[in-house]
Design a protein around this ligand. Structure first.
Ligand SMILES: Nc1ncnc2c1ncn2[C@@H]1O[C@H](COP(=O)(O)OP(=O)(O)OP(=O)(O)O)[C@@H](O)[C@H]1O
Length: 479
């Protein structure tokens, strides 16, 4: 049997022991040591590492066997092994994060079956084989998920369909709600941290960066420790500010963009206009899902969906897309789901089918073209409405005109009115003027004056809004 040495930098880590091929001996044999560097190989006297799975930011992960289980159960042994030259403070933070992963996994993994279970967490103190100075290593043993992470699946199979994305969202949002209900924020959601097992169940991995929220949303922790993956993380996390459940929701949306397009999120962001521009890279996607993703990607956490449950409510059913979700046979209203309302080790099941996708009305950012169209429309409408109402109703007409225009502007801000609606309203306004001209005794001079004034008003508001935008951009580039 082959055992792998876990000492970082060991030059000949493969060790072969013929006597360990006998299963009965394997259970009782005393400790074995690396023939190259003397490192103990049977970790904690129990775990037999056989393959390097990968190296992450804070350590290496090994596939191992647990010799004290009847079936020699497979497990993942993670070793704390920070990369690069870290100073004492950074090392302490890294160690804290690793220990935190153990604490979080012990708690969450025992309660939710889409989070790997923690089997063991222990230190190992060994002398350095060259300097003889004692070194300390930490090992965390967790459930092995026999499957494929979504990054690997993307590389192997190509981009995901809309149905597959909805299925990913549907399955991961339940886990996220559970994590958030337990006052934790994952903070490192990305395709490589979502693992699909052979039965199609999705798991959330890598709780090393998880942040315990000790306060409510109104009083969040102030400093984020800077563990994230650039491209997937939202602005508040990149700036090292407070993180929220909506921080994970943003990263889930960037994960979906990556899976839908096969491109890294950075390539889908228009840095010139400071907004996402992912739709041209996706050939076929429903407005329902596109609107959900857009809202999850808003720069300000307060404008995004506030909880995973909210997103689940808005999500079209994956069954509409032939989703292969074995668990999704029906939908349960996810509002206010709390830990205690979830079955202990199973993801929440869904009970009433809800095939009708709900299209939310997201408040997404306004592009430069939007700004021109909306300001032109508002200037035009304001001048025509206020002047004509003043003509018929005197001073109260001006107040009513202002109120109507303010209402229209609010509806545009809420994105209840889109550009087609504005065209329709503008056409109705012009038609009303023509009707007043023909049937209401309004003079042609007044109508042409109102139309001209409307156009000037529109152009004026475009100029003012563009000036404000320029000043805003200038100030943001300075500060
Ligand atoms: N519980 C698990 N079951 C199966 N494979 C796992 C499990 N945990 C981690 N892996 C795999 O082990 C490898 C290393 O994982 P690890 O979490 O150490 O780093 P990473 O996620 O690749 O990087 P980073 O920590 O920088 O995000 C990855 O390929 C990951 O898919």
């Amino acid at each position: 049997m082959e055992l792998l040495c876990t000492r970082p930098g060991c030059t000949r880590p493969e060790n072969s022991f013929a006597d360990l091929d006998d299963p009965s001996k394997l259970k009782t044999v005393p400790q074995k040591y690396c023939t190259n560097c003397g490192m103990p190989l049977i970790l904690g006297g129990r775990y037999l590492p056989s393959k390097l799975l990968g190296k992450g930011g804070f350590g290496a992960a090994f596939l191992a066997k647990d010799r004290f289980t009847p079936t020699m159960r497979s497990c993942v042994v993670k070793q704390f092994q920070p990369q690069g030259n870290l100073n004492a403070q950074a090392l302490a933070i890294a160690q804290q994060l690793f220990e935190r992963e153990a604490v979080i996994l012990e708690d969450l993994g025992s309660k939710h079956r889409q989070i790997p279970q923690l089997y063991a967490f222990f230190p190992l103190i060994v002398p350095n084989h060259l300097t003889k100075v004692e070194e300390q290593f930490f090992y965390l043993v967790q459930e092995f998920i026999d499957g494929e992470d979504l990054e690997t699946k993307l590389k192997r199979k190509g981009i995901f369909t809309e149905g597959e994305i909805i299925e990913v969202l549907d399955k991961i949002l339940w886990v996220l709600q559970f994590v958030h209900d337990n006052n934790c924020i994952h903070r490192d959601l990305k395709p490589s941290n979502i693992m699909r097992d052979k039965k199609g169940r999705l798991y959330l991995l890598d709780f090393g960066a998880v942040k315990q929220v000790t306060a409510t949303v109104g009083n969040p922790q102030k400093h984020s420790t800077g563990i994230f993956t650039a491209g997937f993380a939202p602005p508040e996390q990149m700036q090292g500010s407070a993180v929220y459940p909506a921080t994970d929701l943003y990263a889930l949306a960037t994960t979906c963009l990556n899976l839908l397009t096969g491109k890294p999120p950075e390539e889908l962001y228009d840095s010139y206009n400071n907004c996402w521009n992912w739709k041209p890279h996706v050939s076929n996607i429903s407005d329902g899902l596109a609107n959900i993703l857009d809202r999850l990607l808003l720069p300000s956490p307060k404008d995004r969906f506030q909880s995973a449950s909210e997103v689940l409510q808005a999500l079209p059913s994956s069954q509409l897309y032939g989703g292969s979700s074995g668990t999704k046979t029906s939908i349960q209203t996810p509002v206010n789901s709390t830990v205690s309302s979830l079955p202990p080790t199973s993801p929440p099941t869904i009970s009433v089918p809800n095939p009708s996708p709900i299209t939310p009305s997201p408040k997404k950012g306004f592009s430069s073209i939007d700004l021109i169209i909306y300001s032109g429309f508002n200037g035009f409408e304001a001048v025509i409405l206020i002047f004509s109402l003043k003509k018929f109703l005197a001073a109260p007409g001006v107040v009513i005109g202002f109120m109507i225009v303010s209402g229209l502007m609010y509806l545009q801000y809420r994105r209840t009115l889109d550009k087609k609606d504005l065209l329709l309203i503008g056409t109705i306004t012009v038609c009303a003027l023509m009707i007043a001209l023909v049937f209401g005794g309004l003079a042609w001079n007044s109508v042409s004056f109102l139309l001209m004034a409307g156009l000037v008003g529109g152009a004026g508001l475009i100029a003012v809004a563009s000036l404000f935008k320029l000043i805003y951009q200038l100030l943001s580039s300075i500060f």
